[in-house]
Design a protein around this ligand. Structure first.
Ligand code: GRF
Length: 189
């Protein structure tokens, strides 16, 4: 079985969507949610869904501690679904090409440190971009710089606000992210 740990720092709507997609899958299992924010709604979601959640303090847990927790659970791949910190090097080294992130813009535009959540969408709108979209990519040691696996774009509407754009981007994420994870893991991408 391919065992996934989902890392999240906030609401976790993608976590829930990924969990629902894989819940009866015969090859891929959502094992756990790793969360670095004690106030994140994803912790409640995980509880309601019956997924184990592991709360850690990114300023106190070392990369080795986190790596040990992943290995103890026999996690084979890590999915970042709204996780806003850098993944420690020890984990990147052991999980080469096995960590996937989703970013709510068309990378390399509007990516890198500090570009997360509504900041991405307000920057896209302020820059008068014609399109935005999603990028699903492999994670390496830098923010939003790993190999791109998939992108999909949407046209920015007149009168678009960060909140309408966020909603439209989330719809794209719900539709594509689980499918791309599945294809990538099963070597069908
Ligand atoms: C998503 O837009 C994702 O692209 C980004 O963080 C957001 C997480 O949203 N990395 P949610 O917590 O899954 O609702």
């Amino acid at each position: 079985m391919i065992k996934l740990a989902l890392f999240a720092s906030g609401s976790g709507s993608n976590v829930e969507n990924i969990y629902e997609y894989f819940k009866n899958h015969n090859k891929i299992l959502v094992d756990s949610v790793f969360c670095n924010n004690p106030n994140a709604f994803v912790i409640d979601r995980a509880k309601n869904l019956g997924i184990d959640s592991i709360l850690f303090d990114h300023s106190k847990s070392s990369g080795i501690d986190l790596l040990n927790m992943l290995q103890k659970r026999n996690v084979s791949h890590v999915i970042l679904a709204g996780y806003i910190r850098l993944i420690p090097e020890e984990i990147i080294d052991k999980f080469q090409e096995k960590i996937i992130n989703i970013h709510p813009s068309l990378l390399p535009k509007f990516g890198g440190k500090g570009f997360y959540g509504s900041k991405v969408h307000s920057s896209v709108i302020e820059s008068k971009e014609e399109y935005s979209g999603i990028t699903i990519h492999i994670v390496n040691k830098e923010y939003d710089k790993g190999k791109i696996l998939f992108q999909e774009k949407i046209k920015i509407n007149e009168n678009e606000t960060p909140s309408t754009l966020s909603k439209r981007i989330h719809e794209l994420e719900y539709f594509y992210f689980p499918q791309i994870i599945e294809k990538f893991l099963l070597d069908k991408l």
